[in-house]
Design a protein around this ligand. Structure first.
Ligand code: EPZ
Length: 420
C-alpha cells in the first residue's frame, strides 16, 4: 500500500485550485445511461472512483473517451442488465447505476455496493429499494450475492423520505425522469450537487423542479437528449483546504471554488477567529493568530457537512478551550479520533456520536493508517501541524477523493512525499 510521509510544523503559502466535485461527478456519469445520445462532461476530478465508474460503464457496453478532466460517453449500445460484481462491489457509488438502468431497461442485477467503511454496517441501501418499489418495481435478493430489480412498467409515485438521503434523492430523481406522469419526492436532500444534477438533466430535456428544496417534482419524458456538463467545484475539498490553512496558521488562497457552498463553515470561522476574504470563485484564508473552540453538530445541507467533521476535529485540537463535536449522520464516523490521542490530542469519546476536544495541544508525528477518505485528509492536516514526521498508510482512501494531493500540497510548501 502507498503511504504519505509528512514533516510537520511548517506554514503553507500560495494558491491551490479546487477540482471538480467527486460527489457530483459520481452521479453525472451513471446519469448518462438515461440518454442514448452523446454526453460530454468537463472539469472531472481525476480520482479513483471516477475511474471505477467509467470501468463499470464500459463493462456494460458504453463507449467512453476520457482525456484529462473531460470525457464523452455514449450508452446507446449497452448490452447487459447486470452490473459486473467484481467492479460494482469495489465502490459504494456503483449503487448510482441502478436507478438509471431500471429507468432505461426495466431491469437490473447488482451486488451490495462495497467500498466505504463509514455508516451503519456496510452502508444500507434499504431506502433505494423502498424507492424503486414505490415506482412499482419488484426486488428479489439472493442474500450475499446480488439484488435483482425488475419492473415491467414503472409508475410515477409520491415518495416521502423517512430520512434525508443524498444519493437516494439523486437516484429516485434520475429514475423518475423517464417514468411517464408526475413523481413527487418529499423530504429530499438539498445538497448543491443535487441542484447541479437536476440542472444538467433539464438541459437534456428532463422536467425536474424543486431540486435544492425538500420537495422535488419530476414530469416524466420519453427520452433525454445529448448533454454537456461542467462539474461544479468540490465544496468538501474547499472546506478541507480552508481548515488546513487555518489549522497550520497559514495564509492560503483557494481558487476555482464556490464559497457560497460552505457558508456553514465560514459562519463558524467568524466565531472561532479565522479571518478570510471571499469572491464568487475564490477564498483567501488569512494567517490565523488565535483559534477559539466552538461546538459543532453535523447536519444535512445547508448545515455543517459530515464530510468536514474529521478535518474540523483536527482544527479544534489547536483551538483554545473545549469543543463538543456531534456526528448526527453516520454511526462510525468518529471512530478514527482515537488515533489522535496517540499524536498528543486531548480528546474524549463520550459515545459513538460525540467527542469532546480540549485544546490547544501540541501534536507529535506518528505512524497512522487512513481509515476512510475524510479521516485521511484530517490525518494529513494533523501531520502538517505535528512536530516531527507522520507516516500515513492506506492512502488509496485519500486518492479516492483528493486528486494528486501530495503534488498540490508540495506547491503550498508542505514537506510531503508519496512512497509506494
Ligand atoms: C452522500 O452519501 C455522500 N456521498 C457522502 O460523502 C456524504 O457524507 C453523505 O451524502 C451525507 O452528506 C456521495 O454523494 C457519493 P446519505 P450518501 O444517504 O448519500 C443512511 C464522502 O466522504 N441511509 O445522505 O450515501 C446512511 O447510512 C462521502 O465524500 C440508509 O439508512 O449518504 C446515513 O446514515 C462519505 N439507507 C444517512 O442515511 C439507505 O438506503 C444519510 O446518508 C441510504 C442511506
Amino acid at each position: 500500500m502507498s503511504k504519505f510521509i509528512i514533516t510537520g510544523g511548517r506554514k503553507l503559502s500560495g494558491e491551490i485550485a479546487v477540482k471538480g466535485a467527486k460527489n457530483a461527478a459520481l452521479k453525472i456519469i451513471p446519469a448518462a445511461i438515461l440518454s442514448e445520445e452523446t454526453i460530454t462532461i468537463h472539469n472531472l476530478p481525476q480520482i479513483e472512483d471516477v475511474g471505477k465508474s467509467f470501468d463499470l460503464l464500459t463493462d456494460l457496453g458504453a463507449e467512453i473517451k476520457w482525456a484529462g478532466t473531460s470525457a464523452t460517453i455514449n450508452t446507446k449500445n449497452i448490452n447487459k442488465i447486470e452490473l459486473n460484481p467484481k467492479l460494482a462491489d469495489k465502490f459504494r457509488t456503483s449503487v448510482m447505476f441502478v436507478g438509471p438502468m431500471l429507468a432505461r431497461f426495466g431491469e437490473v442485477k447488482f451486488p451490495h455496493p462495497g467500498g466505504c467503511v463509514i455508516g451503519a454496517g456496510s452502508r444500507p441501501i434499504d431506502l433505494f429499494l423502498e424507492g424503486f418499489k414505490a415506482f412499482g418495481a419488484m426486488v428479489k435478493e439472493e442474500p450475499g450475492k446480488y439484488y435483482h430489480v425488475k419492473a415491467p412498467k414503472l409508475q410515477a409515485a409520491e415518495f416521502f423520505f423517512p430520512l434525508v438521503s443524498v444519493t437516494v434523492t439523486e437516484s429516485l430523481m434520475m429514475t423518475a425522469c423517464l417514468i411517464s406522469g408526475r413523481t413527487i419526492l418529499r423530504n429530499c436532500a438539498m445538497e448543491p450537487e443535487i441542484e447541479a444534477l437536476a440542472e444538467y438533466l433539464n438541459k437534456q430535456g428532463a422536467k425536474i423542479s424543486g431540486a435544492g428544496t425538500p420537495t422535488i417534482i419530476i414530469e416524466g419524458v420519453a427520452k433525454l437528449n445529448a448533454g454537456s456538463f461542467e462539474v461544479i467545484p468540490d465544496r468538501i475539498e474547499t472546506g478541507s483546504f480552508a481548515i488546513m490553512a487555518a489549522a497550520t496558521k497559514s495564509a492560503v488562497k483557494i481558487t476555482n471554488c464556490r464559497p457560497e457552498h460552505i457558508l456553514s463553515l465560514l459562519g463558524i470561522f467568524d466565531k472561532i477567529g479565522v479571518a478570510y476574504e471571499k469572491g464568487r470563485d475564490w477564498l483567501l484564508i488569512k494567517e490565523t493568530k488565535e483559534l477559539k473552540a466552538y461546538d459543532v453538530r453535523t447536519h444535512e445541507y445547508p448545515g455543517f457537512p459530515t464530510d468536514l467533521q474529521s478535518p474540523y476535529v483536527i482544527l479544534m485540537t489547536q483551538a483554545n478551550g473545549t469543543a463538543l463535536i456531534q456526528e448526527t449522520i453516520y454511526d462510525r464516523r468518529l471512530i478514527w479520533t482515537d488515533m489522535l490521542s496517540q499524536m498528543g490530542a486531548n480528546i474524549v469519546m463520550c459515545d459513538p456520536h460525540r467527542v469532546v476536544i480540549n485544546g490547544p495541544t501540541k501534536l507529535y508525528g506518528k505512524k497512522l493508517i487512513s481509515p476512510d477518505l475524510r479521516a485521511g485528509i484530517a490525518l494529513v492536516i494533523a501531520g502538517l501541524i505535528a512536530k516531527g514526521t507522520t507516516e500515513i498508510d492506506n492512502i488509496y482512501q485519500i486518492d479516492r477523493g483528493y486528486e494528486k494531493l501530495d503534488e498540490r500540497l508540495k506547491k503550498l510548501g508542505a514537506l510531503i512525499s508519496r512512497v509506494d
